[in-house]
Design a protein around this ligand. Sequence first.
Ligand code: 1HN
Length: 355
Amino acid sequence: MSDTTVQANQAEREAYYARVGKTEHLSPLWTTTLVPPLPHLYVKAQPHLWDFDNEMRALLLEAGGLITPKEANRRVLNLVNPGFNGQPKILESLYAGLQMILPGECAPAHKHTPSALRFIMEGKGAWTAVSGERSFMEPGDFIITPSMTWHDHGHDGDGPFFWMDGLDIPIVGCFGAMFFEAYPQDRAPQTREPGDSNARYGANMRPVTGSWDKPESPIFHYPYSRSREALETLRKNGELDPYDGVKLEYIDPTRGGAAMPTISAFLQLLPKGFRTETYRTTENIVFSPVEGIGKIVVGEPGAEKEIAFKPRDIFAVPCWVPFRLEADSEACLFSYSDRVSQQKLGLWRDVRGNA
Ligand code: 1HN
């Protein structure tokens, strides 16, 4: 079979495109690059690091003298990726923010369709309440606030308290399914004692009666001490993956999958001097080191950038950009990504090595 030829010349085609263009609601597929062979045309985000100790912390402290969490709803600085022209996203699919609460303040109760996680940076004595249960937060703790669960934050201790917020806002936004509701009072009622959900589901056991039917983990607070200890044991046992060092995922104990339906989260240990192999994945990843210093080498072969990291920095690795991590001292890194979303949609892939 041969394609029949058409007689039209370029000028006729251009005239046609101009007429179609005027309709404003039609365009020829063949003049657009909707599905390029590789992700690069779609990935606007750049690899980037935000410095907590030397930049964000002071700016957020300053906001403490300008606005209360009640006025602001949340006192948060958005981490705006330099590739997004001011749009408040850290990566194509993920939002990141840095939040501060001061002693005595109230971040009032609300709920929304985006799923949220918190990773604690600094402070003592602040708590968060999720679905009626309060929990005191410590640096390195991982906390989830699943879609449409009531949550509010308070602080009964001394000094400023900081954490990173990670949300799936761009994912929810691409479906349009955005909903938000403020609770009629500042605080949602406490319906369960502190520690209740960890007692029910956090001891490698579960209640014999009833069943957990929500799409997220019934555990909402994963203390750093437990996760760190697990990594330490595995490191001592010599269990090192060339791409990850020792890396564990925060899971929903009732199903074994990610703690929330859309966002995956991990804690990873790299022994001093360890250098991971170069790795590339469709996953969009946000890292925040808890302990240790090192660097990330990120970018296409020949155009790599070296970015030094230290505790409480936040750095973003976009889809399909090769990277490797180097630990100058023993380093423990938290990370979250859209892996579970991509896997559910059958999109996730990775390349181990420089292929
Ligand atoms: C939110 O609800 C919180 O509850 C933090 O602490 C950051 C960023 C965007 C939209 C909602 C919170 C947020 C957020």
